[in-house]
Write a protein that binds this ligand. Structure first.
Ligand SMILES: Nc1ncnc2c1ncn2[C@@H]1O[C@H](COP(=O)(O)OP(=O)(O)O)[C@@H](O)[C@H]1O
Ligand SMILES: N[C@@H](CCC(=O)OP(=O)(O)O)C(=O)O
Length: 366
């Protein structure tokens, strides 16, 4: 288990969002194998007592593929020589949602899982009583071990284009998933796409590196974004916005690939897959990123601060943790050890404990 992901053992309620890039293949058809693996993982988690809400994209992409195909088989040669008419996204969504839910229903039924369908728009979240009703319904379904499946109701949504409407409550399924996570007080949000996680630059650039833990202060200005996938709506920028927003309200988020057959399970096991967004992330970094000089300064400052802790037991415990952190090269240390050591003793204590997933009284380190 990655020490920064030790909190995963406490996760019970999670939101999983799959993007169009996962749901559809390159030819626009349903990615049946990937959705099968997704449903199998959700089944396993469901039977182990996890409460899961699924947010799925893909209706527009699938509908577009279905309508194009129908046009092709019904067209004369003359029609085909004309430039293709752009298909209306709302019509595509209405057609595609059918196929999408039919597949989820088949897969979940085969796995003895009951699912429900929820198509929502901004309006459902604007009205307080609708909003309350929506989360109450979801909570009742979760108590019955049902997996609610959400998508935006594109066919009736009046928004012109993502990000154009500043009065929007959500803009795409990434922000919808973030919104639902706060509404139902989820413990974790997992955003699945066609890349391993957030990279320092477009994933196709050889120099781009996967970011293990997103630290706003460090990464916000550094990261560059490339194109989104063929059919995705908001692209990686939308995922990062949604993840930062959810993390700041206390819900950890992992962006990872929905192409692997077991990534959700790995995330919940605390394996270091994808990119983690966590409200305490600015306190973390790898020891390797901190120079020896900084470590020495940090260690001195750290000991000084720890002396101010009144309780002898707690002081001993924290000194033990600090020693272990310095001795163990692979441990996770503060984002900027010097800064953290200079923080208030109480804050440092919290950071150390959460980093090592040690709860007071549960520690075995000293
Ligand atoms: N810095 C970046 N890190 C990771 N992915 C990025 C980055 N910049 C652009 N992308 C692109 O974002 C895409 C995923 O976003 P999107 O197309 O919205 O997917 P989805 O349909 O799964 O929601 C990837 O295909 C990837 O190429
Ligand atoms: N509601 C749309 C998905 C919109 C969306 O957010 O797409 P994506 O960026 O691929 O998650 C659909 O079902 O096609």
């Amino acid at each position: 288990m990655d020490p920064t992901r030790a909190f995963m053992t406490d996760v019970k309620r999670l939101i999983v969002k799959v993007g169009t890039a996962v749901v559809t293949r390159h030819d626009g058809r349903l990615a049946v194998g990937r959705l099968g693996a997704l449903c199998e993982q959700l089944k396993e988690l469901n039977s182990h007592g996890y409460e899961i809400v699924l947010v799925t994209s893909g209706a527009v992409g699938l509908g577009r593929q279905r309508l194009r195909y129908r046009k092709l088989v019904n067209s004369s040669l003359a029609d085909l020589q004309n430039p293709p008419v752009e298909l209306d996204g709302k019509a595509c969504a209405a057609v595609g949602q059918n196929s999408l839910m039919a597949l989820y229903d088949t897969l979940f039924s085969q796995l003895d899982v009951t699912s429900s369908q929820h198509l929502v728009t901004d309006t459902d979240f604007r009205n307080d009583s609708c909003r309350t009703q929506l989360s109450e319904t979801v909570k009742s379904l979760l108590a019955l071990k049902v997996i609610p499946v959400f998508n935006e109701n594109d066919a009736v949504s009046t928004r012109r284009a993502p990000y154009e409407d500043s009065s929007g409550i959500f803009w795409d399924n990434d922000s919808l998933a973030g919104l639902l996570a706060t509404e139902v007080k989820a413990d974790l949000l997992v955003l699945l796409s066609d890349v391993e996680g957030l990279y320092s630059g477009p994933p196709s650039d050889p120099g781009s590196k996967l970011i293990h833990t997103y630290i706003q202060e460090k990464h916000q200005a550094e990261i560059t974004f490339g194109d989104k996938s063929r059919l995705g709506r908001g692209g990686m920028t939308a995922k990062v916005d949604a993840a930062v927003c959810a993390a700041s309200s206390g819900i950890p988020v992992v962006i990872t690939s929905g192409y692997a057959t077991d990534n959700i399970i790995k995330v919940l096991e605390g394996k270091p897959v994808g990119t983690l967004f966590h409200k305490d992330a600015h306190l973390w970094t790898s020891v390797k990123e901190v120079s020896a000089r900084e470590m020495a300064v940090a260690a001195r400052e750290c000991s000084r601060r720890l002396q101010t802790i009144k309780s002898e037991d707690r002081r001993k415990l924290l000194l033990g943790i600090a020693d272990a952190l310095q001795a163990n090269e692979s441990s996770i240390m503060a984002e900027n050890a010097a800064d953290v050591a200079a923080a208030e003793a109480e804050g440092y204590e919290k950071a150390l404990i959460s980093r090592l997933a040690l709860k007071p009284g549960k520690a075995s380190i000293c």
